[in-house]
Write a protein that binds this ligand. Structure first.
Ligand code: GAL
Length: 711
């Protein structure tokens, strides 16, 4: 039953029980309602992040004034010092989101306690970004904005007064008896005497996710170099080792845009000084400048604990918590004093020297080495709330350094939460399951997070190639050789192929950059779950906005969750092979799909089987009919010089595309300094193709020297 907003408001009043359970619905934007229940904590997941919701963009989306569920069926109740929330579930309704899970995509049937932690192999709620936001296949979602360990039961609890009661059965005699009877409840328990919940409604799941992202400040636009190829060096490398390494990349003609320095750049680590080790790095500024002259950016590892042996210690000590991490004191980043002290220190010691960003490690957990929940922090913020937001607040601190210099950064972080969609950091971890990495990539798209399935080491050249292939299509394409010094060319028999993939990554930058422009301006995740695909249709051959599983062959073909293929940008579908696999199924949504490598028709709304007898063939990638892929030449660095772009068009359908261009490094795009180039390809009756591009009058090309069509 659909309800108009007016009815929603009246219902809210009718729902008022005793005053403690007071529920206030506030319409804040097109299809967005803020619900306040009881007395929510003043400190929540987003309160200290300086987020500015992007209401203008939300209001420009198709108008929605109803929730697709009966609002009377949403329940809030405060008892036992906690807030209970219930959402109704329909038969067949699917739920997504609720944290960065690695084993599964659909959440219905799961029970979790959302808790920031290093992922330890089971989808139990403890992960790097346990974002309390779900999106339902009915076309709505909810964000529970509480920095608490939130419990949820997604379609497991069965209530005796259910409108859709499960039938009691006799296990002795009935073979259909099940240990999990049907549940129509999605239930949450928030350990706080009230809560703020934001409800989002839209015509399709992607638009719900977009609204969630825009509400939290919108996505991010990395600097262009961030979309190139990254390589992290072994922990104790010196400046000489690093220069040798980057020279090898040049000699071997492997692309490299970012070099990552691990803990050994500092005098002390675990806990950290954030000061250069003068033995290994006698002249860090010279090193960074030399690397810059080779068009290679420098990214520096750090973790939160501050060493008693560094200069920062005495400055930050008054603003640190009672407990330590590896004997390092921990800044209370909820305090502006901490933010400013560490920000100024990092600015002075590394950013002013030219370092391009950070890898902020170990702000996630695990319990045995992190502060316990009895720890106290000088702001008075409970340790539980600190734990849920530590990574988010470090991201804010680091982003601010670069923002204040009008320079974009792009980095890595091990923890975040809701609200970090507006910070340019990508999550990674120590878990190294290739399949799990892809499932996390899919899940990241529901919760406003970016994830990289980084490559570290491999047992075989086949595994090496398979991992390199998938990272080519990830938010950061990175080899993290901190532990064993593996090089991209370490597996000789696939070394040429690995080079080709690294170069392909560079070629894809205009396409990826445009996808990120859609992220920052419109909240569209650049890498997405297939489940978000039906709604993202610029192509009328695809069920635009449809949530109807019967009309969506994708949903019909795979009733089970899809956790091993994903969308990148508007038009690419990537279906990785994993080590040992010689055949796999790929689900192609409705509409024709073409093989990225050959341009041949691969299928239309069907499940296809692909084979690779060698285990070392290409990664299966498909392009939708009318898909347009702008590509750079196979360059090895981003020099800042203007580059030609070649436009590929797939299929037999006329189409258009928006190619994004700006200076690639500053925040000037926020002041309107960017250009959307319109690209049109017409397919004539005889199958020939014609291409055109239009630069809006008054706009300029910032980084493109010419645009050519390759048909
Ligand atoms: C790990 C991190 C690795 C590496 C290492 C250095 O925790 O996940 O990528 O940086 O620390 O000590």
């Amino acid at each position: 039953m659909k309800l108009k907003l007016e009815i929603l408001l009246i219902t809210a009043v009718a729902l008022l029980g005793c005053s403690r359970n007071e529920v206030d619905y506030q319409h804040v934007a097109n299809g967005v309602w803020k619900v306040t229940v009881g007395n929510p904590d003043k400190f929540n997941l987003t309160s200290n992040l300086g987020i500015i919701p992007r209401f203008e963009e939300i209001n420009e989306m198709p108008n929605v004034d109803t929730l697709p569920i009966d609002v009377n069926e949403i329940k809030f109740e405060i008892y036992d010092g906690k807030t209970y929330i219930r959402f109704p579930l329909d038969e067949g309704e699917k739920l997504f989101g609720l944290g960065l899970n690695f084993n599964s995509v659909e959440r219905r049937g799961s029970i979790q306690r959302l808790h920031v932690d290093h992922y330890q192999g089971s989808d139990n709620g403890r992960n790097h970004t346990p974002v309390p936001f779900f999106v339902s296949s009915k076309g709505y979602g909810a964000f529970i904005n509480a920095a608490r360990y939130i419990d949820y039961w997604a379609g497991t609890g069965v209530t005796k007064n259910s409108k859709h009661p499960a039938k009691a059965m006799d296990r002795n005699t009935d073979r259909n008896w099940t240990a999990q009877p049907y549940s129509d409840n999605l239930e949450f328990l928030v350990p706080a005497q009230g809560v703020e919940v934001i409800l989002f409604a839209a015509d399709n799941m992607l638009d719900v996710v977009r609204k969630f992202n825009l509400y939290n400040g919108g996505g991010i636009l990395p600097p262009k170099w961030g979309l190139g190829f990254w390589h992290r060096t072994p922990t104790l490398y010196s400046d000489k080792d690093i220069l040798n390494e980057v020279n090898m990349f040049k000699e071997k003609h492997f692309p490299l845009t970012v070099i990552g320095l691990e803990p050994g750049w500092m005098t002390k680590a675990y806990p950290c000084t954030y000061e250069w080790d003068k033995g290994r790095f006698p002249d860090p500024q010279k090193l960074i400048r030399t690397l810059d002259s080779m068009h290679i950016k420098t990214n520096l590892w750090m973790n939160p604990g501050i060493s008693p042996e560094g200069e920062l210690y005495s400055k930050i000590e008054p603003y640190t918590g009672s407990h330590t991490e590896w004997c390092g004191i921990l800044p209370d980043y909820t305090m502006s004093e901490s933010q400013n002290i560490v920000k100024d220190f990092l600015n002075e010691k590394v950013v002013s020297l030219g370092a391009s960003g950070f890898k902020m490690d170990e702000n996630d957990g695990v319990d045995s080495w992190l502060y316990p929940d009895v720890a106290k922090f000088p702001s008075g913020t409970p340790a539980e709330q600190i734990r849920q937001t530590y990574g988010s607040l470090m991201q804010k601190m680091a982003t601010d350094i670069y923002r204040e210099n009008n320079t974009r950064t792009y980095g890595l972080v091990r923890a975040g939460n809701a609200g970090t969609v507006s910070f340019p950091f990508v999550i990674y971890n120590d878990y190294y399951d290739h399949k799990g990495f892809i499932t996390a990539l899919i899940n990241s798209s529901f919760i406003g997070t970016l994830w990289t399935p980084e490559v570290r080491s491999s047992n075989t050249s086949e595994e090496w190639l398979r991992r390199i292939q998938t990272v080519t299509f990830a938010p950061i394409a990175m080899l993290n050789a901190w532990a064993d010094g593996t090089k991209p060319w370490s597996f000789e028999d696939v070394s040429d192929k690995v080079r080709d993939y690294s170069l392909l990554r560079m070629q894809l930058i205009p396409y990826l950059y445009s996808a990120f422009a859609d992220y920052v301006f419109a909240g569209i995740p650049p890498v997405r779950a297939m489940n978000l695909e039906a709604g993202y249709a610029c192509d009328d051959e695809i069920e635009s906005g449809s949530l109807d599983g019967t009309n969506n062959p994708y949903a019909m073909a795979l009733r089970k969750e899809v956790k091993d293929q994903f969308m990148v940008g508007r038009d690419l579908l990537v279906a990785p092979f994993f080590t040992g696999e010689r055949t796999r199924k790929v689900v192609l949504p409705k509409g024709k799909w073409y093989d990225f490598w050959t341009g041949e028709l691969a299928g239309d709304g069907e499940v296809i089987e692909v084979n690779d007898k060698t285990g070392k063939g290409n990664i299966p990638v498909y392009v939708r009919n009318g898909g347009i892929i702008p590509m750079y030449p196979p360059i090895t660095s981003i020099t800042g010089e203007k580059l030609p772009v070649v436009i590929r068009h797939y299929g037999d359908k006329s189409s258009s595309y928006r190619l994004y261009d700006d200076d690639g490094t500053t925040y000037d795009y926020e002041k309107g300094k960017y250009t959307w180039i319109r690209v049109d390809v017409t397919v004539n009756n005889d199958g020939t193709k014609e291409g055109n591009f239009t630069i809006p009058s008054g706009n300029v090309l910032y980084s493109i020297s010419e645009i050519k069509f390759e048909f």
